[in-house]
Write a protein that binds this ligand. Structure first.
Ligand code: ADP
Ligand code: MG
Length: 682
């Protein structure tokens, strides 16, 4: 067996100094005992008093101390929900909002969606009775559109403030503003790390309420040499820990995304099978944003005393979600992060090294219930010299189109002077305004148009909102909302088990549309609909049933929104009309095949069609893509074949006519005798 040989963990066989409290032990405690065992409990009365005394309170406390689950409950118990007012609590992540709400519902002893509920994009699990409402920061932002003073809330907790997501950052400015004319609204800004002073200063020197954490020592191990393949190194380390470290003590591994998690899960399960009874039971559990909620709860189930649990997590487990019983942390040192270049308009999701602050948060997860160990799959030198101290706030590295549209629609017109904790780059703001102008959401004075107002009703990106609204003109709103829903699921639609890859690929090709992937997605949905949404059909067709159900839910909501903006449901089989509607939203993303490779028309950025696309083998000359993704190379994902002449009508103010000219036709490009694969530099 080749995986024990790495020497990546010096001293890995050292035993912990005192046995940790196992999750199994913890399960034996009643809910009430568990609540009382949390660090915040000792400060309950003091906290309630502080909220009574101050309008704004900054809360700082170690992850897992009980801020998210307990503080809203304390205020609820102390009567802050009189007059049907609610306590709101924002989370940067969907999974966290759902998982925390379900936990708190259990603690309160109510059904989820009754006294305790949650609201995330495309899913509202609250009711009239909901007093404690967890929601994503993006959802609260949207609530400002209907309720600019947050009148239905008595308390708003902006949680995980240290994450500095774009939406949370915007919320800081908005809640600070409304606090001035709503003296009865209590604001809590809670954070896991050391930014409390910065938050305090921003909120006019609001007092800081510190909850001292309990933290056991965590030994840090580094690799001796840099690891070239951290995925492989992670698998080896997991098994190495499992085979050499005493039970109990679960393992938490930080990975960058669903695909990586699934790969490791598969690799691990294979090795476990191979090792058979030579090792103790190892339970492999994933947690990531799109994991269905029934699977999410599994990570909280106590581990049997004869087994070990390994949780494969995205950085959701860094601070948003606390899993008890973790003794070992494996930290490859990477995170998936978006970046945006305002000049070229290019947005990317890249895997980048984490910051020191994040590395220390990750390590801290091993020392919550007893002494722990953190294995960093990078060298001590790298930690010291290559990692930044703090991550860059998202507002400084992302496209602001969505947020700008939202702010304009709630009447905030002077964006340059908006009260930002850290301002975004000016170019990014300008680029967002220009993009909205090109889409027709703004007039030349920078004011919201009727179209812009309608676009803001949709919880989708401006380009998608525009595509949906444009579908009216092309008589294809039915098809376009299906496509929008399929693009919004954010999870793979097709299922491709390794052992059946050939069948899976053949099934997928059965759905292919010759004019592009959006139409392929439409085919999948419509065929599924014809079977009356059959689960069996999904299995036979290698289509993910869960993903499809989610697409159906999203579609229903988009349908309701269409009604709200008074667009009729119209259907067509004319794929050209459908592609024109898509182009009305995504005209930015036009690329042209030029001397063997695709270049974006506006910025001459070189890119290529994703091999999964139906247009990969025999690419047309002009394509429009949905997004750019970076894997081994940069790819355009979900592309359609377009005619540049459409664009002179759809986006005349955006493209100059010479940019849309075609020197050579589609046919001559192919006649050049190169295969598509060659053309794409494969
Ligand atoms: P903080 O917000 O300070 O990081 P939390 O309130 O999230 O702390 O966590 C407090 C405790 O609640 C932790 O011990 C955590 O394990 C537990 N907890 C949170 N969510 C769940 C859940 N869905 N199921 C079981 N336990 C949970
Ligand atoms: Mg929390």
């Amino acid at each position: 067996i080749d995986f024990i040989q790495t020497s990546l963990m010096p001293g890995a066989d050292e035993a912990p100094k005192e046995p940790p409290i196992s999750a199994a032990q913890k399960k034996k405690m009643t809910i009430d005992e568990t609540r009382k065992s949390l660090p915040v409990f000792a400060f309950r009365e003091e906290f309630i008093q502080a909220v009574k005394d101050h309008q704004v309170l900054i809360i700082e406390g170690e992850t897992g101390s009980g801020k998210t689950t307990q503080l809203p409950q304390y205020l609820y118990e102390a009567g802050f929900c009189a007059d049907k007012k609610r306590i709101g609590c924002t989370q940067p992540r969907r999974v966290a909002a759902m998982s925390v709400a379900s936990r708190v519902a259990e603690e309160v002893g109510t059904k989820l969606g009754a006294v305790v509920g949650y609201s995330i994009r495309f899913e509202d699990c609250t009711s009239e009775r909901t007093a404690i409402k967890y929601m994503t920061d993006g959802m609260l932002l949207r609530e400002f559109m209907n309720e600019p003073d947050l009148a239905s809330y008595s308390v708003m907790m902006i949680d995980e403030a240290h994450e500095r997501t774009l939406h949370t950052d915007i919320l800081f400015g908005l809640v600070k503003d409304i606090a001035r004319f709503r003296p009865d609204l209590k604001l809590l800004i809670s954070s896991a790390t050391l930014d409390a002073d910065k938050f305090s200063k921003f909120f006019d020197n609001a007092p800081i309420f510190r909850i001292p954490g309990r933290r056991f020592p965590v030994d840090i191990y580094y690799t001796k040499a840099p690891e070239t393949d951290y995925v492989d190194a992670a698998v080896i380390s997991i098994l190495q820990i499992h085979m050499t470290q005493p039970l109990p003590g679960d393992i938490l591994v930080f990975l960058t995304g669903q695909e990586e998690i699934e790969n490791i899960q598969e690799a691990l399960n294979e090795r476990i099978k191979f090792l058979g009874s030579r090792i103790k039971e190892l339970i492999v559990l994933p947690i990531y944003a799109n994991l269905p909620s029934d699977m999410q709860v599994k990570i909280f189930e106590p581990t049997p005393p004869t087994a070990r649990k390994v949780v494969l997590a995205t950085n959701i487990a860094e601070t948003s979600v606390t899993i008890d019983g973790i003794t070992y942390v494996i930290d490859p040192g990477f995170v998936k992060q978006n970046s945006y270049d305002a000049r070229s308009g290019i947005e990317q999701l890249n895997v980048v090294p984490i910051a020191k602050a994040a590395a220390n948060q990750r390590a801290g997860r091993a020392g919550r219930t007893g002494p722990g160990k953190c294995f960093r799959l990078y060298t001590a030198w790298c930690y010291k010299h290559e990692l930044e101290d703090q991550p860059t706030p998202e507002i400084q590295r992302t496209n602001l189109g969505n947020v700008v549209l939202l702010l304009l629609s709630i009447g905030i017109n002077d964006l340059v002077h908006f009260d930002f904790l850290d301002p975004p780059p000016k170019e990014t703001l300008i680029a967002a305004l220009e993009h909205l102008y090109a889409l027709g959401a703004l007039n030349h004075k920078g004011e919201l148009t009727t179209l812009g107002r309608k676009m803001a009703e949709f919880p989708t990106d401006p380009a998608m909102s525009k595509m949906i609204l444009a579908s009216d003109e092309y008589g294809c709103s039915e098809e376009i909302i299906t496509i929008a829903a399929m693009l919004s699921v954010n999870a793979s639609i097709f299922y491709r088990p390794k052992a059946m890859a050939v069948h899976a690929d053949a099934a997928r090709k059965g759905f292919w549309s010759p004019v592009g992937d959006h139409l392929t997605l439409l085919n999948v949905f419509n065929r599924w609909k014809e079977t009356n949404f059959s689960t069996q059909w999904c299995m036979e067709s290698f289509v993910q049933h869960r993903t499809m159900k989610r697409a159906r839910d999203i579609r229903e909501q988009l349908e309701a929104l269409l009604e709200r903006v008074e667009i009729e449901a119209k259907s067509t089989t004319d794929t050209e009309a459908i592609r024109k509607a898509i182009a009305a939203g995504y005209f930015y993303n036009l690329a042209k095949l030029d001397k063997g490779s695709f270049k974006t028309v506006k910025h001459r950025h070189t890119t290529q069609i994703h091999p999964n696309s139906s247009l990969f083998e025999d690419p047309p000359r002009w394509v429009m893509y949905y997004e750019l993704v970076m894997t081994t190379k940069e790819f355009m994902r979900e592309v359609i074949d377009v005619d540049p002449r459409w664009l002179s009508k759809i986006a005349p103010h955006y493209y100059k006519s010479n940019e849309l000219e075609d020197a050579t036709t589609k046919k001559t490009a192919r006649k050049a005798g190169k295969s598509a694969a060659e053309l794409q530099g494969k």
